[in-house]
Ligand binder design. Structure first.
Ligand code: FE2
Length: 176
């Protein structure tokens, strides 16, 4: 039996880090290399979003611990379902904030930010479907770090950009 493939190739391409990463301060580069380490430099400036980012980092750490040993399909499905639920709630909140921006002015940011969100959700949903239909859990476990890296990349670049635009448009107030 063959399973529908998660589009790892395309997913990896959109996860490729841009050159500008090399000009990031050292601590931010470390944050990229260690995708589950939290740093105050990653603060978005919105209490609920920052809380969800911390929760996602904690859940990522739990998943990484779970992945160290052979994981039962039912446990993997339930852990990934929880991860997917948290991602969806979090992305919905960010979409709401993006809707408050002048749409035309920030069109390119909104489009690419939404695409990155969608790619992560589709990937995890497909992984859940595959495990449910009998795919090897080790295959999914081996691929999930790509999602963790992509989420961290999304927080460092897309969210930082969104936070700047929300401040510029007085939708968020600076807390720094
Ligand atoms: Fe985010």
């Amino acid at each position: 039996m063959t399973f529908p493939k998660r589009d790892t190739q395309n997913f990896l391409l959109t996860t490729t880090l841009p050159m500008k990463n090399w000009f990031l301060p050292g601590s931010m580069r470390t944050a990229l290399v260690n995708p589950t380490e939290w740093s105050s430099e990653l603060e978005f400036g919105h209490p609920i979003i920052d809380g969800q980012h911390r929760e996602l980092a904690a859940l990522t750490n739990s998943l990484k611990s779970l992945f160290k040993e052979a994981v039962e399909p039912a446990n993997l499905v339930s852990a990934l379902t929880e991860y997917c639920r948290l991602l969806s709630d979090h992305f919905s909140l960010e979409h709401g904030l993006m809707e408050e921006l002048p749409q035309e002015k920030y069109q390119s940011h909104i489009q690419s930010h939404r695409q990155h969100h969608q790619a992560m959700i589709l990937f995890v949903e497909q992984a859940i479907k595959d495990v449910t239909q009998g795919a090897e859990t080790s295959e999914i476990v081996a691929e999930m770090p790509v999602v963790f890296a992509k989420l961290r990349h999304n927080i460092i670049f897309d969210d930082a950009e969104l936070s700047t635009y929300l401040l510029q448009e007085n939708i968020l107030r600076s807390t720094k």
